[in-house]
Design a protein around this ligand. Structure first.
Ligand code: ADP
Ligand code: MG
Length: 716
């Protein structure tokens, strides 16, 4: 009887009968379908009158306000295109501070004065919309009665169509702001940070004699790691459904120790999922590039070709949304949580980052002779200065309860922000410093550096340090600490701002040196010489996982922030540069801290409730059945005594957790609450997890009702 009611057994049966899901439409040539659901700039160029198109482009590049006439023209074009594609509704598509995207749909359908049905999208509907915004996180700034926020079209990210089984919706990428202009979303600060770094970079380029660059963009390629498990396992585990991770479980005869999953052959059902995913993403204009198995069983990675950061941020949201939908169709559930399973690797999102000019020059490309590439040298120095000054802010930007499980767990970068640039580049900077100190003439100096670096700095050793959170990989930096479930807009905002502040400092120094000497070369080298001692402590090319590094980093004065509460405590006191550089207003900055800590505490408390429930309704009942079977057996062994003690212990711990959970409601300050939860509740989770695992491993298999690790990770 019981066996038949066992959800776990049913789930296993279902999974064993699954076959790859065949797509209704097979991909034609990718180049034929790429971007078919996107109203790209090139399509707009064909549709719009020339002056409207030029006007729109100017807005997209410089942020100048759009004229009413152009907005009318774009609205008309967007509506006609959308209707020709079969869309019935439109929505402003935006990123509130939840890591998810948000949408509120309106029909094109309307009634004219004579009550005849018409299709409409006016300029004002295109540009602005007013969702009832009272339920989005705002850090306590708005109470419901004054919750007037509105979304505004962001013309720098293209409009697209989302298809669902029974219709199509036009999505208008938007920012989300309050009536006083305050940002309520993740995109507004990202756009500000892009303009800020552009301003500083253009100033730097100007000083270095570049008269042609019109604008500078940040480029980003976000590698997305994720787990795929069968939907029936997922739905049989309330911890996965409510928390995105397993709160108990963990034992499997095999994990990732054989390292046989990484880059292994992709299993057919998973491959079918990936192919349909890519097909849909190509249609949405997402330039998919790489797919492979990751280190942990059931873990995979997706990577696109890098794009301008604002678009990359929207595309990463689309990638995650599309993954969820397609996974569902293939009877999988995709897990973006940073640590869904204990004892195997978690997931991250590596942000590959560089700076590109309007002519397509990558300012982090060292070229064959970096010693003469002053743009490269100055940008590199700026990166080091930025991280040396504000590494803690970067750490805070990736601090969440879920990512806390990953950072510093010897599988992902540590929570300490250091930079890896490779021995040769470090050597180049050192020799420049030395030569300047030896007071060589500019000519001698050049010769010296030349000699020290022949043959040219080949950057082949750059990618070797996989343990570094921020590594130079030849012509870009790879920020490896971002969480797999995060929207990338926020960490990118902070990263751009950190580096912009480094560039700004370099600009000041370079300007002073230029005034002294009038010679660019000497000024560049002297700037390196004067600044290198201020930034060297942030360079680290050793093993970032080691305990010695933790001690060493502390000695060097680098912030060592082990979890979210400590990160935001640091950020509150040391993140003011973001306000000074107008990335956030003071109110937005305070709200950010509040929102992040509140989300942390809510996540922990939800896990607490879920753990209490799962132990009481699954673990203890199974344990009791096991005990009664053992008690009726004639064999009395030591194991049974131990088993019973474990159950009693577990019951006590759960009672403790319940009390703690109840009492935590009395703590009002979000800083105090988060600290209390991290210090007291999380250790209790660990203790309960361990006790529950002991019970799981000693309970007869048919009495256990939750899908086990060995099933979730290995059956598909
Ligand atoms: P790996 O796994 O070795 O780090 P991948 O090929 O998986 O490398 O991902 C590298 C990512 O870096 C891709 O998204 C790629 O488009 C991106 N990328 C390459 N060049 C640049 C650049 N100049 N700026 C930003 N991102 C880049
Ligand atoms: Mg990769």
């Amino acid at each position: 009887m019981q066996v038949q009611e066992n959800l776990r057994v049913k789930a296993v049966e279902r999974v064993l009968n699954r076959r790859p899901v065949v797509m209704e439409t097979r991909p034609k040539n990718i180049t034929d379908i790429f971007g078919e659901l996107v109203l790209s700039y090139s399509k707009l160029k064909r549709i719009l009158p020339e002056h409207s198109y030029n006007d729109l482009m100017e807005t997209a590049i410089s942020g100048k306000p759009l004229s009413k006439a152009t907005a009318e023209a774009v609205a008309q074009a967007a509506k006609d295109w959308a209707i020709s594609m079969g869309a019935t509704h439109f929505t402003h598509w935006f990123q509130p501070q939840t890591d998810l995207s948000a949408e509120k749909h309106d029909a094109f359908f309307s009634l004219d004065n004579s009550k005849n049905p018409v299709s409409k999208l006016s300029a004002s509907q295109l540009i602005q919309s007013e969702p009832d915004a009272s339920s989005f996180p705002s850090g306590g700034r708005r109470s419901t009665f004054e919750a007037r926020g509105y979304t505004a079209w962001d013309p720098t990210s293209p409009i697209f169509i989302v298809e669902t089984p029974n219709g199509k919706t036009l999505c208008i990428p938007s920012i989300f702001i309050a009536y006083n202009g305050e940002a309520l979303d993740l995109k507004t600060p990202l756009i500000r940070s892009n303009l800020n770094i552009q301003r500083e970079a253009l100033k730097l380029l100007g000083m270095l004699g570049d008269k042609t660059t019109k604008y500078v963009n940040t480029s980003v390629g976000a590698e997305q790691e994720y787990f795929l498990i069968d939907k029936s396992f997922y739905s049989a585990r309330e911890d996965l459904v409510f928390c995105g991770r397993t709160l108990i479980g963990g034992w499997s005869p095999k994990g990732q120790e054989l390292e046989d999953h990484y880059f292994g052959a992709i299993q057919p059902r998973v491959m079918a999922f990936m192919q349909e995913l890519e097909y849909e993403l190509f249609r949405l204009g997402v330039p998919c590039k790489t797919r492979h198995n990751e280190v942990a069983p059931a873990q995979y990675e997706f990577a696109p070709i890098f794009e301008e950061s604002n678009v990359a941020a929207d595309h990463n949201q689309l990638v995650m949304e599309t993954m969820r939908k397609i996974a569902d169709k293939h009877m999988f559930t995709v897990l973006f949580h940073e640590k869904p399973f204990s004892k195997v690797n978690g997931s991250g999102k590596h942000l590959n980052w560089s700076l590109a000019t309007s002519s397509g020059e990558n300012l982090l490309e060292p070229s064959d002779s970096p010693q003469h590439n002053y743009k490269f040298l100055m940008v590199m120095l700026s990166v080091l200065k930025g991280i040396a000054d504000h590494g803690g802010a970067l750490r805070a930007s990736v601090a969440t309860h879920s990512n806390d499980h990953r950072l510093g767990a010897n599988e992902a970068p540590p929570a300490i922000m250091s930079v890896f640039i490779g021995k040769r580049l470090e050597g180049l900077l050192d020799s420049i410093q030395r030569s300047v100190e030896e007071k060589k003439t500019p000519r001698e100096l050049k010769m010296e550096i030349e000699l020290a670096h022949l043959p040219s700095v080949k950057l082949d050793d750059c990618d070797r340090n996989r343990t570094s959170p921020f590594a130079f990989t030849g012509n870009k930096f790879e920020f490896r600490a971002a969480g797999s479930s995060q929207a990338i807009s926020y960490p990118l905002t902070v990263l751009n701002s950190v580096i912009a502040s480094g560039i700004s400092y370099v600009n000041q120094k370079l300007e002073e040196e230029l005034k002294k000497t009038g010679d660019i070369e000497t000024a560049v080298f002297s700037t390196i010489r004067s600044m290198l001692p201020q930034v060297k402590h942030v360079l680290f090319d050793g093993n970032n996982y080691s305990d010695e590094w933790k001690k060493e980093a502390e000695k060097r004065g680098l912030p060592v922030l082990k979890d979210t509460p400590s990160s935001y405590k640091w950020f509150k006191d040391n993140g003011k540069f973001l306000v000074e550089n107008k990335i956030y207003t003071q109110e937005e900055f305070d709200a950010k801290i509040h929102i992040m800590l509140e989300r942390y505490s809510k996540a922990v408390l939800i896990e607490g409730s879920c753990l209490i429930d799962i132990v009481k309704t699954f673990v203890i009942p199974s344990a009791e059945e096991e005990l009664s079977l053992r008690n009726s057996s004639t064999i009395r062994d030591h194991n049974t005594k131990m088993f019973k003690e474990t159950v009693i212990n577990l019951v006590q711990k759960v009672e403790e957790l319940e009390t703690l959970h109840k009492n935590s409601k009395q703590i009002e300050s979000c800083i105090d609450l988060s600290a209390e939860l991290s210090q007291k509740m999380l250790p209790l989770f660990d203790a309960i997890h361990a006790l529950s695992n002991t019970i799981e491993q000693n309970t007869r298999d048919y009495l256990w009702r939750l899908p086990k690790y060995r099933e979730m990770l290995f059956l598909r």
